[in-house]
Design a protein around this ligand. Sequence first.
Ligand code: ADP
Ligand code: MG
Ligand code: MG
Length: 497
Amino acid sequence: MIGQGIAMETVLPLPLATEKLDVLLDKAQDFAISHGITNRLKDKPLTADKAQIVPYLLLPSPMIRKRFTEAVEVQKDFNKLYHKVAHDYNFLRDALKSVIEVDSFTKGLWDIYETVRNEGIAQPIRFGIVRSDYMVDYDPEPSQSIMGNGDDCGPNDSNTSIRQVEYNTIAIGMAGLQTQVAKLHRYLASEMELEDLTENLVETNPVSGLASGIVNAWQIYGNGRAVVVFLVDALERNVYDQRWLEYAIYEQNSRIRILRCTIQDMREAILTKDKKLIIKEKEVGIVYFRSLYSPDSFTSDEDWKTRLKIERSTAIKCPNINLHLSGAKKVQQELTKPGIVERYIKDPQAVQRIRATFAQQFSLEQNEEGDNAVRLGIEKSERFVLKPQREGGGNNLFGDDIKDLLSKIKDSNERTQYILMEKIRPPVFKNYAVRADESVALWDMVSEFGIYGVIIGTSDGIIMNTECGHLVRTKTLGTNEGGVAAGFAALDSPYLV
Ligand code: ADP
Ligand code: MG
Ligand code: MG
């Protein structure tokens, strides 16, 4: 097994004595419930007076400072890259061509893009609330090791690198809850009187950063009476995370009214002759999507028509259909090809910052590269992740499942809807996961972290481009998938080592 994290044991006295653990846990649970680190019950998503604590890590988790800083520093570069890619019709068409042939969901989105593009885009403002996700890759014996003595001295600056897991362009969640978890960890560190720990926590308030994006976009829309629609799932459990964003908007501008609507609610919205979107007699300034990233959210043709109606309107979409499409895993894979990033980013240092995060990725198109990737995936399935064009967690394949699926579809064009990605090997550390109905114990854990961003601009330039804080999600070693809402990981925050 890979070595333990470097400074975990030195900063945190683990394991905690049972008595100390109980006291800390009691304080933590009360903090969590009184600060809304909560979601709705699985079997009662519509019941507003019943909530439960979202899984979280009792203590913050170690993260290599240099790797964390790299992710923060590349965020605005990535925002700019995707802002440009999202509006390069030819690139997206070529990148997604083979996917669209076999994946009806991506085709549905693409058809909306084609339709509004042919009609003429009604709203020139492009608005993204985004998050770039990473894991640290830890190679205990890097091939160019200067030490070369085989000693495992634990993850450090020279045997780790950051690897982008994915760049999300739609329905980015958890900024609200993360903001509270960061406060929880700071409070507990102070309760434990661990100054070293407190000093190396990272201040973060992503929910406020995301709210600034919405407030800015609303001002740009320019109608003081326009409402913001949060387009949400009917059976959403993660309601309080979304409410935190509403409250952060309210803090910044109390004149902005927010309506929570499902895609079915939006059927009644009217598109006027001059393409204004009107719901309940109110003009819609922004449609902020916290739904519609998955085929399950579209229950009928009517829902697809409603999505098209929204895209046609002058409302600012967060994201518009082409930024949504550019978050596809297939686009991420195409961007790693030589010369592509350079097409959009002229600053060589920014190009380098971006490229330094790329994991190896292969297309499964029906050509020689694709044939090689299929062979690689079958022969060395343990070293890869097979990804379809889906969001929201729980969709990827690992290990023998890759071998089985690829063996079955290797001669069919079905394979082109997937990409094959090098599996990242994050460093392992110990921490306590707190989950409803589970006793708290010290587990071997690994983290994934994301950096939030906001980008607002037009085809001519950028109006707002920010990096606005982080998300850390930690899971037990051996769990393949991630995601808190999907039930695999728990909320966390970093202490830098
Ligand atoms: P989604 O859009 O569904 O969140 P992701 O690309 O983030 O898709 O994959 C889901 C989860 O699968 C991630 O949170 C991570 O835990 C795991 N995963 C994805 N890519 C890799 C990879 N290259 N190496 C290791 N784990 C991965
Ligand atoms: Mg995603
Ligand atoms: Mg993800």
